[in-house]
Design a protein around this ligand. Structure first.
Ligand SMILES: [Zn+2]
Length: 258
């Protein structure tokens, strides 16, 4: 997200709305949006209700990891999205209360009080809570001071990891002569590391960061080396936080020599 967007924000909801334009979010949500547009019967209602609960519960799992967010902007975006879920949940509790009227009117269930009164009360309380705190919380999070400067390219990521790990940066390309759009194989650079008498190579391939051990390599008939075993890292983005990658490398090396 660039500075122009940030300056344009007038609403706490803008944080998650902008982030939801990301391709990866779209991959996850396209089906949900389609079900929402087409649903006119219980199967769609239940699918959306349960998918929402699943997303919220799995967000807790994602947030339980220390690298779940890198920046104040990302923290504000998560808060914005969670508040949007609460706001939508309040509206949904109210909508559920509303729809029970027609269901009762056609004789398919008994008069729905007092459940309807409780649904409306819960909706009002949740809505009031969002109104009171969503704006101040997202503003405060996005304004948190931070010195973090993340890499701008896959090459900067490898170079930063080399510095952090004390490894040797191996650069097979001229400066800036790599495809910045290549998220799969990156720029071709790698970091050579020594640990407990073994040599390792940290590099990008197949849309992930990985670590191979030199002695695991198998010579092919043409003389090149191949690996059937390597360590893949939880941090997979081309511009992942270099300290996360360095920490994962340290853990992998310790595990390997244990
Ligand atoms: Zn490079």
């Amino acid at each position: 997200m660039d500075d122009v967007h940030i300056a344009d924000r007038t609403d706490w909801r803008d944080y998650w709305r902008e982030a939801s334009e990301d391709d990866y979010v779209g991959e996850l949500t396209t089906e949900i949006v389609g079900v929402g547009e087409d649903s006119r019967e219980p199967v769609g209602t239940l699918a959306l209700a349960c998918a929402g609960a699943e997303a919220a519960e799995n967000l807790s799992r994602a947030l339980s990891h220390e690298w779940a967010v890198y920046t104040p902007e990302q923290a504000a975006t998560v808060a914005s999205a969670v508040y949007a879920q609460i706001e939508a949940s309040a509206a949904n509790l109210r909508a559920l209360a509303d729809v029970l009227g027609p269901v009762a009117a056609r004789g398919d269930l008994e008069a729905p009080e007092p459940a309807v009164a409780l649904l409306r009360k819960a909706a009002d309380e949740l809505g009031a809570h969002v109104q009171r705190t969503a704006g101040p919380v997202t503003d405060a999070l996005s304004a948190l001071p931070s010195d973090l400067s993340l890499p701008d390219s896959v090459h900067e990521t490898v170079a930063a990891v080399a510095v952090l790990t004390g490894g040797e940066l191996v650069v097979p390309h001229e400066p800036d002569d790599f495809d910045p759009e290549d998220d799969t194989f990156g720029c071709g650079c790698s970091v050579h590391l020594k640990h407990a008498g073994e040599a390792y190579d940290f590099h990008r391939g197949d849309a992930e960061w990985s670590l191979t051990k030199e002695s695991d390599g198998v010579a092919r008939p043409n003389g090149s080396m191949a690996w059937t075993d390597w360590v893949s890292f939880a941090a997979s983005e081309p511009c992942a936080h270099p300290k996360q990658l360095a920490a994962e490398i340290k853990e992998a090396l310790a595990r390997d020599s244990a």
